[in-house]
Design a protein around this ligand. Sequence first.
Ligand code: ASP
Length: 433
Amino acid sequence: MGGKKMSLTVKVLLGMVLGILVGLIINLLHLNAAGSFINEYIVNGLFHVTGKLFVNALKMLVVPLVVFSLICGVCGIGDIRLLGRVGGKSFILYLATTAIAIATAILIAVTFNIGSGMDIPTSSNFVVKEAPPLTQVLIDIIPTNPIKAMADGDMLPVIFFSILLGISMLMVGKKAESFIEGAEIANEIMMKMVTIIMTVAPYAVFALIAKAVATLGIEFLSSLAGYVAVLVGALMFHLFVTLMAILKLFSGLNPLTFLKKIRNVQVFAFSTSSSNATIPVTMRTVTQRFGVNNSVASFTVPFGATINMDGTAIMQGVATVFIANVYGIDLTIGQYLTIILFSVLASIGTAGVPGVGLIMLSMVFTQVGLPVEGIGLIMGVDRLMDMIRTAVNVSGDAVVSTIVAKSENKIDLATYNDPDAGIIDHSPVILNK
Ligand code: ASP
């Protein structure tokens, strides 16, 4: 084959496409009947185990990667004011993009008037789980026990502790130098681990997607076709139009380059349905493919994975209009504004893990007095929608990271514009002697 190696991105995409195909074949031919060989040993055996192993490997990296890269980030910035600016800018941009996302979603859903005149039997098997109240979210930012926060993978307290640790190291000065150097080495080692784990990604992505598609099938989409079409349309609009316009407007960088390089991250988010589990990949792409300095990315990426959920907000906007219409409830402008406000607030307190969007939705519904059991209607398609919206969530994280880095002159434009920068070819792990 001309000697040219296939890049990892191409292989991962191939894994995804093959996964969809194999999953569809299994599902459409009913090869996954309960108790059958394929169901027991392939779908819930091989695919399940391979996929889970990979997701575990990614999750395994999150906490050490975030801790070490944040320490390095803070020490690398060396200027507390800059840190404050990066924090402030990213916070505002994350909230603003989420608010724009849900407002657009509501507009699109209202325009298409989805769900009206629909007669779906309502199942009320949705169990309400509460999103944490804002006061508790604020209190929990400071961990009473940092090791416990790390063990639980709670990002906001881990971020807080690591930043404080970095600041303290800087303040100790000369005596702490070897500690800082140690953190830098540890950070490099963690990044290497990400690269190692990514080399098996094509197979893992194949397994994850094949299992999801084999289990879900596609027939379930037809009953909710209107909801799905409008939701996917709104998600794509946000990704390709809104986010890219914001990127161009605030950073002047080429959106096409961005879209090309972010694909890998999107596939990981799509296969894992978790912004948090995708942190290692987002971090690697943002720093090594976009050229964003670690001092910015180490903060903005994990922060974004926790508080920024554009895709999830879009789902909430569309779902609210859809369910209000199905139940024949007219929402007022005031209620729409409440929905926007609450879904933005809810996104701050909930981590980017699979299925959390539904929890946030129940909070929003309670606020505006919509029947929470209505959520039961859209639950059937939510697994797939979760995959798509998570890909939009992580794209938003990367857009904001890039904009903030550009505004602080913390981005290497040569790397951003180089199509091959930071690419992983499929060569096996190379041991540096
Ligand atoms: N799975 C999403 C994420 O991790 C959150 C959600 O919408 O459920 O970003």
